[in-house]
Design a protein around this ligand. Structure first.
Ligand SMILES: Nc1ncnc2c1ncn2[C@@H]1O[C@H](COP(=O)(O)OP(=O)(O)OP(=O)(O)O)[C@@H](O)[C@H]1O
Ligand SMILES: [Mg+2]
Length: 204
């Protein structure tokens, strides 16, 4: 379980996160909603270690004990693809560099994800050649490739139409059913109603 205890974060005088408490179980989909500027992105950046927090705890627990495995992934709001890599290399890069996959194994895994996310034919494209929805799906494929224990999505459906939105919802369900804890920021109430196990309203 990922346990957030009394998390506090300020930017100067702007006290953004005030005593946030939230648990995310493995295999669970928790959706975070809340007004623009309330601190949703800041919260998941703190979970992923991309932002320092001022007080409180983020604990990765395994049977009540602190786990050494703190793997957590993020699909960011702005996708953050590597602009100088094509789609295939965006997905395989960390597998090879961080997870030490052999190139052919990384490519095999990436191809499965390319198919799963409906990106076939775009393997050689660069970011500037992709639509918003395609970039979003490349970012999702890249995060899924790493098989983190927990995975955060910052508004994963913002650039998608209804059909793609449901395909991302189904992918999120599949990821959770394999035992990953999933945290999704969304403004989309229908998406939350359909796919969340639990909804947490930040700043309420
Ligand atoms: N690096 C930073 N430096 C200063 N202030 C920041 C920084 N990052 C975020 N903030 C401030 O923190 C607050 C929360 O921002 P955050 O991006 O977490 O909001 P959000 O809930 O994700 O909003 P949105 O729904 O619009 O994406 C905002 O007031 C923002 O200006
Ligand atoms: Mg945000």
């Amino acid at each position: 379980m990922l346990k957030i205890e009394n998390l506090n974060k300020s930017f100067g005088d702007n006290h953004v996160l005030k005593d946030v408490n939230l648990d995310i179980n493995k295999g669970e989909i928790v959706m975070i909603t809340g007004e623009s500027g309330v601190g949703k992105t800041t919260l998941i950046r703190c979970l992923c270690g991309l932002e320092e927090y001022d007080a409180g705890k983020v604990l990765f627990l395994e049977d009540g004990e602190e786990s050494q495995n703190k793997s957590i992934g993020l699909v960011s709001q702005s996708f953050d693809l590597f602009p100088h890599f094509n789609v295939m290399k965006n997905i395989t890069y960390a597998l090879i560099k961080v997870k030490k996959y052999k190139k052919e194994d990384a490519v095999k895994k990436a191809k499965e994800l390319v198919d799963l996310l409906g990106l076939s034919g775009l393997e050689d494209y660069y970011q500037y050649q992709l639509s918003g929805g395609q970039k979003q799906r490349v970012a999702i494929a890249r995060a899924l490739a790493m098989e983190p224990q927990y995975l955060c999505f910052d508004e994963p459906t913002s650039a998608l139409d209804y059909k793609l939105r449901d395909s991302v919802g189904e992918i999120i369900k599949t990821v959770a059913s394999r035992g990953t804890g999933v945290i999704v920021i969304t403004h989309d109430r229908e998406f939350a109603r359909k796919y969340a196990n639990r909804v947490y309203e930040l700043g309420a």
